[in-house]
Design a protein around this ligand. Structure first.
Ligand code: HEM
Length: 474
């Protein structure tokens, strides 16, 4: 009594229905035939697909508890399944989520102190971009560095110089993880893991990258252990170590070494990759839509912030157009198109179907962010989706790039602050130039799997007149 779907082959499931462009395209096509809720067999495993705002909300909010499990991702399951805040389930997830939320708040998330840290990082980014002296460059390294540094400040209590070889290595590793997990191979692995896992392949390369990243995390934890002052934890790792020591005699405690390593690992990854990919999509969309950038966003920046103040979060309420542009960048950027798989934690009745406990569920966020019932021009870059007739900012229920329900993104407030402060700081200081004519700028994504990654592109950052170095953080 699972929802309907195409008839599966034994062991290989719906392999014949998978489009060469990947899961998203496949699910979009199957939705036309089977409706908003259907079942696809990824190999021998049934996965329930939810499309459109109504179905996704009904499940993740209407039956929040039932749909609060984390589902399978075959290519990373052998290493990450059940470990750390993103992939844990049950009692372990509840403890880690609550701890991570409170501790990240202690170290600034959702408070003024994080605003100051993001402002500082934004100024470092602006200085690095200024060094390019208007030359064309691939901006991905710069945005990844800035976003990684902000999460490093919270987790490790330190930021890195953009040229630090250890930091560069960490960034490369994260980029490789995104690239492999979001590739077509990564998606086909979902269907064929039973066979492929017995042979060397791209997944073995992924495991060695994960191992290298784990080594970085373990090294950082060891350094923290040596310097730990339990009465004054300085960052997330210190706080976890203190809690671990406090509960060391409890065999049931969730605060053990493995959960520390994988929580830090997944926070690094979650905190860097989705935000930096969003920024990259954003700058690409602004290059493609120069009218939005030059005539409207920069005009608003000049009017509200001016050239001698640092952008601050309190400016956002006075900048409805810029706020709408950032929302539209997130909507169209659609960086986690398939959602992160969920699962039902008990036998669940949904829309007349029966989902047995542990069934994996994909809430297709892309189908919500492009839902024509909620967005007038779903495929266009149209900041008007978030503006009323008077030009005031208006929210949209179907704007859910951070998902919904119990496992809603833990870093939402941090990410929203980062996007606003980094984007406005860069555009306050620079105007953008492209080596390509407008019609030749391609915005087709390079990867569209677990993450949607924009194509590689070049742009130049041309200093704006009257804005220069020397602004002080208040
Ligand atoms: C634009 C940036 C970001 C986007 C679009 C985004 C989106 C998402 C989405 C769609 C999920 C899956 C939620 C679900 O299971 O339904 C998620 C989970 C998560 N995100 Fe983010 N995220 C972003 C930035 C961040 C940042 C900066 C952090 C850093 C702290 C973060 C930490 C997490 C964590 C820990 C989870 C797992 C939550 C859980 O399983 O309980 N994210 N995010």
């Amino acid at each position: 009594r699972l929802p309907p779907g195409p008839w599966p082959l034994p062991f290989l499931g719906n392999i014949l229905q998978i489009d060469h462009q990947g899961f998203l395209k496949t699910f979009q096509m199957l939705r036309k035939k089977y409706g908003d809720v259907f079942t696809v067999y990824l190999g021998p495993r049934p996965v329930v697909i939810l499309c459109g705002y109504k179905a996704v909300k009904e499940a993740l909010v209407g039956q929040a508890e039932a749909f609060s499990g984390r589902g399978h991702i075959a290519i990373i399951d052998p290493i990450l399944r059940g470990k750390g805040v993103v992939f844990a389930n049950g009692k372990s997830w509840k403890a880690l989520r609550q701890f991570s939320q409170l501790t990240m708040r202690d170290f600034g998330m959702g408070r003024q102190s994080i605003e100051k840290q993001i402002q500082e990082e934004a100024q470092c980014l602006v200085e690095e971009l200024r060094k390019s002296r208007g030359a064309y460059l691939d901006p991905s390294f710069f945005f990844h560095s800035a976003m990684a540094n902000i999460i490093c400040t919270i987790i490790l209590g330190q930021r890195f110089n953009y040229q630090d070889p250890r930091f560069l290595h960490l960034l490369h590793l994260m980029n490789d993880l995104s690239d492999i997990t979001s590739s077509f191979y990564g998606q086909m692995f979902e269907l064929l893991s039973g066979i492929l896992k017995h042979f060397p392949g791209i997944h073995t390369r992924l495991y060695s990258k994960i191992q290298e990243m784990e080594d970085f995390v373990v090294e950082s934890i060891e350094r923290h252990r040596e310097m730990l002052d339990p009465s004054a934890p300085k960052d997330f790792i210190d706080s976890f170590l203190v809690r671990m020591d406090k509960e060391s005699s409890d065999p049931e405690s969730e605060f053990h070494y493995k959960n520390l390593v994988y929580t830090v690992f997944t926070l690094f990854f979650a905190g860097t990759e989705s935000s930096s990919n969003t920024l990259l999509h954003g700058f690409l969309l602004l290059l493609k839509n120069p009218g939005v950038l030059g005539e409207l966003v920069q005009m608003e920046i000049d009017r509200v912030i001016g050239s001698h103040h640092l952008p601050a979060l309190e400016d956002r309420a006075k900048m409805p157009y810029t706020d709408a542009v950032i929302h539209e960048i997130q909507r169209l950027g659609d960086v986690i198109p398939l959602g992160i798989p969920r699962s039902v934690i008990k036998d669940t009745h949904f829309r007349g179907y029966h989902l047995p406990k542990d069934t994996t569920v994909y809430p297709i966020l892309s189908s919500v962010l492009h839902d024509p019932c909620h967005f007038e021009k779903p495929e266009a870059f149209h900041p008007g989706h978030f503006l009323d007739a008077e030009g005031n900012f208006r929210t949209q229920g179907a704007f859910i790039p951070f998902s919904l329900g119990r496992r809603l993104c833990l870093g939402e407030s941090l990410a929203r602050s980062e996007l606003f402060l980094i984007l406005t700081s860069v555009l306050q200081n620079f105007t953008l130039g492209s080596p390509k004519a407008l019609e030749d700028i391609d915005i087709t994504s390079r990867r569209n799997g677990l993450l949607k990654m924009p194509p590689e592109f070049q742009l130049c950052f041309l200093p704006r007149q009257g804005v220069g170095p020397g602004m002080q953080i208040p």
